[in-house]
Design a protein around this ligand. Structure first.
Ligand code: SF4
Ligand code: SF4
Length: 433
């Protein structure tokens, strides 16, 4: 694609990077075939190619984001399915991230939109605040349907629908500190607790730590780590996301420079995609650029790390059939496709592929709150595809997908690592009756 940026514009590293991305796009439109919003809405401006044109126009002309551009960029799930499909290697993720920063800086959103965004950014990345909010949502949940009469309150209604009936208590094993390896120590890792995950489903972190220590891995849960920053990053709040990233980098570098780390383990693939991108996010941040790259290079999804540990094959077969849902951040963001299924099969489970597996379930961070109608359509499509393979359990690697799918599916939906922990000597997950 031909671009028309001035020399002065190109002296901005963010513009220079986006220009290089834009030049790779050859307008072929292959990406439209796998874009969930284009498939759902049928509007070229809700396709990757359409959005790329809107971003190019906005950046080239250095103009404030128009209402039209904001609308179509907001509707993008950042699922990155387009990156998997694109034959030209267009790095859509970095382009849309840049566009969102530009939108945040140049566009004054309607008041209610700002209130929702501020509220979500204030609550979700902070486990204590999130726990209180979930408690209040639990009280308000029965009245959620009443909100549907006022369209402007749709995000509130979506929040209440997604809030769990019960808030699980924290588990002892996931508290900060060092968890000793059983037997001979094979490695030392930091496990990232995550913000929403640690509140919504502490069993995931618990299973991660139990499984790793059982296979000879010493685990450290650092005291001062925080949200990975992806939630605010996807809102275009660059400064805030960098603050989160820097706090985490400080916590992990302390371990790396101390007793050393073989890996930083993430069990939420959405967070994993962001942390693996810290090196890029902070590339122009002076002293932090090198540390951010170090952290990104050490970051592994839990399934990647378990695969490298070569867990033994289990001969006994489980009765339960698994439908594996590959989160977008897992398959498109981190390009991890077969590993989780291979691990589950080696652990004795029958694993079925879900038709249209490349399509997002509609979760996408806070998308299912701010774009609830589109998210609901994608969820319904995902659930009908899951039902086609008649599973007993749905396994996936991202807390957002678990919450989204479980909110409308009457089957246990759980993290892959919970099933692996069970298969390798841990307790049966409480979600399985
Ligand atoms: S990230 Fe997903 S929703 Fe956004 S343009 Fe790409 S395929 Fe479409
Ligand atoms: S598939 Fe790639 S090159 Fe083709 S239009 Fe989409 S982003 Fe551009």
């Amino acid at each position: 694609m031909q671009t028309n940026f001035t020399i002065q514009q190109l002296s901005d590293p963010a513009i220079a990077h986006s220009e290089a991305i834009l030049r790779k796009c050859v307008h072929c439109g292959f990406c439209t075939a796998t874009c969930p919003t284009y498939q759902t809405l049928g509007d070229e401006l809700d396709s990757p190619r359409g959005r790329i044109y809107l971003i190019k126009d906005m950046l080239e002309n250095n103009r404030a984001a128009s209402e039209k551009t904001v609308k179509h960029i907001d509707r993008c799930l950042s699922c990155l399915s387009c990156m998997t499909t694109c034959p030209s290697g267009v790095h859509y993720m970095h382009l849309v991230d840049h566009a969102r920063v530009h939108i945040e800086k140049t566009c004054k959103r309607p008041i209610l939109d700002r209130v929702y965004r501020d509220l979500l950014a204030f609550i979700l990345p902070h486990p204590k605040r999130f726990r209180v909010a979930l408690y209040l949502a639990g009280i308000a949940k029965p009245f959620g349907k009443l909100l549907s009469v006022i369209p402007a309150l749709e995000p509130m209604q979506a929040m209440l629908r997604l809030a769990p009936e019960k808030i699980p208590g924290a588990t002892k094993i996931t508290r900060p500190g060092t968890k000793q390896a059983t037997g001979e120590k094979r490695a030392r890792v930091a496990v990232v607790s995550g913000c929403a995950q640690s509140v919504l489903d502490p069993d995931i972190n618990s299973a991660t730590i139990q499984l790793l220590t059982r296979f000879g891995v010493e685990v450290v849960v650092p005291e001062i780590e925080t949200c990975c920053g992806s939630l605010v990053h996807h809102m275009g709040r660059e400064k805030q996301s960098h603050q989160f990233a820097i706090q985490n980098i400080n916590a992990w570098m302390k371990e790396i420079d101390g007793e050393g780390l073989d890996a930083i383990i993430i069990s939420a693939s959405g967070c994993g995609t962001t942390i693996k991108d810290y090196g890029h996010m902070l590339r122009n941040s002076g002293d932090y650029a090198k540390a951010a790259a170090t952290v990104s290079n050490l970051t592994r999804d839990i399934t990647e790390f378990l695969y490298a540990l070569e867990l033994p094959k289990i001969q006994k077969k489980h009765e339960e059939t698994i439908a594996y849902h590959s989160a977008c951040s897992m398959q498109h963001g981190q390009k991890i496709t077969d590993i989780p299924k291979t691990l589950l099969r080696r652990a004795g489970f029958v694993v079925n592929e879900i038709p249209e597996g490349h399509l997002c379930c509609g979760s996408a961070g806070i998308y299912n709150i701010l774009q609830a109608k589109i998210a609901d359509k994608l969820k319904a499509r995902k659930i009908s595809n899951i039902n086609l393979v008649k599973p007993d359990i749905v396994a996936t690697g991202n807390i957002g997908c678990i919450t989204q799918i479980a909110s409308d599916l009457d089957l246990p939906v759980m993290h892959t690592v919970e099933l692996l922990n069970w298969a390798y000597g841990g307790e049966k997950p409480s979600k399985i009756k």
